[in-house]
Write a protein that binds this ligand. Structure first.
Ligand code: PMP
Length: 369
């Protein structure tokens, strides 16, 4: 393949081309130090500079208040599912909102460590929509309320946050991190696996309010799983994922140069609207998630016929539009439109879907329900 494709993968996903080009230029000799970032000691002054710039740029980008710590940790999003209850369940109780496969996984993990109660769920409708959050039965003594704000598989997202009655809000933002402005002070802890909207796989960003970092956690908690340990060591208790920190830092800078998160939101809305408008008018394809809570990032859709879905995926692939196969649990197609996907990519996708649709015999096609 001579040219770069439009990559619609849900993650690892497309990265901004200028970021990759800049990393390519520096690959063999970073900043004149004679080494690649991959060869640098994490304790070196040079790497420390990379790390500090990444932390500062993220703080600026999200306007993160001073009383929040930023951590770059390994174990992706998944390790947060157990690290959160291990560290934050002081009374042994947490309330979970189940809106899809990822919040369900987090809850399954949480219940290993204490009383993890489901306070809202849309499991009964196979997570095609989000549960109603208007009157949540949050327990008086719950240590935190857990939510996944964008469910990557089901393609649903919350537009606003519920009132947690003063309880710390823990949010999995993995598939929408940095896609729009975020008021960090509304949260106790935000985490995101970076391989979707930010950087290469192998790292998670954790933004945690300082008072939630326990100074005297249960000594039975493995050292590596303690937030206080990572916070004291500035994410360098052990060798961190230097390469991911470096590239994420480049993406933070790139986003700042692009106008920050408001600019990202405007673009992301425009891109998602383009595809949703097509899906809503198509006689062949329809979006899988309920309209009221559609994600801007992950858009699952189908013709309702697996054979036609496979054919159109193949057609798209031939046109340089790749990674459109839907998640194995849902089938159909899924287009992930993270920050690095340009509007041109979405237009090319819609053009391909349209031409496929036009070529089919028109009688009998009406799957767009
Ligand atoms: N949360 C969400 C919303 C996700 O989409 C994913 C991965 N697709 C995870 C958590 C798990 O992340 P990781 O693979 O980094 O462990």
């Amino acid at each position: 393949m001579e040219h770069r494709v439009y990559n619609f993968s849900a993650g690892p996903a497309a990265l901004p081309l200028p970021v990759l080009e800049s990393a390519q230029k520096e690959l063999l000799n970073f900043g004149g130090c004679g080494m690649s970032v991959m060869e640098l000691s994490h304790r070196s002054k040079t790497f420390r500079g990379i790390y500090n710039a990444a932390v500062e740029d993220l703080r600026t980008l999200m306007d993160i208040p001073e009383n929040y710590r930023i951590l770059f940790l390994q174990g992706g999003g998944t390790l947060r599912f157990s690290m959160v209850p291990l560290n934050l369940m002081v009374q042994g109780k947490a309330d979970y909102i189940l809106s899809g496969a990822w919040s369900e996984k987090a809850w399954e993990e949480g219940r290993k460590f204490g009383s993890a109660q489901v306070i809202a769920s849309s499991r009964d409708i196979q997570f095609t929509d989000l549960p109603d959050l208007s009157s949540l039965p949050i327990r008086e003594d719950a240590d935190y309320v857990y939510i996944c704000e964008n469910e990557t598989i089901h393609g649903t997202a919350y537009a606003g946050l519920p009132d947690t009655k003063g309880k710390p809000f823990v949010s999995d933002q993995s598939s929408m991190f940095l896609s729009k402005p975020c008021k960090v002070s509304d949260y106790g802890l935000i985490f995101a696996g970076v391989q979707k909207n930010v950087g290469p796989a192998g790292m998670a960003v954790v933004i945690i309010r300082e008072d939630l970092i326990r100074k005297d956690p249960d000594p039975a908690i493995p050292t590596y799983l303690r937030y206080d340990v990572h916070s004291r060591a500035d994410s360098m208790y052990n060798t961190p994922n230097c390469w991911s920190i470096y590239l994420c830092g480049k993406v933070f800078r790139y986003l700042l140069d692009q106008g920050g998160l408001s600019a990202m939101e405007t673009r992301n809305r425009e891109k998602a609207k383009f595809l949703y408008d097509y899906l809503d008018s198509s006689r062949l394809f329809h979006g899988i998630a309920q309209r009221s809570h559609r994600s801007l990032m992950n858009i699952p859709f189908t013709s309702g016929f697996s054979l036609l879905d496979s054919r159109v995926i193949q057609r798209c692939r031939e046109a340089g539009l790749v990674e459109l196969t839907g998640h194995r649990s849902l089938g159909g197609l899924r287009a992930s439109l993270y920050n690095a996907m340009p509007l041109e990519g979405v237009k090319a996708l819609v053009a391909c879907l349209e031409s496929f649709e036009k070529e089919l015999p028109q009688e009998g096609i009406s799957c767009g329900s």
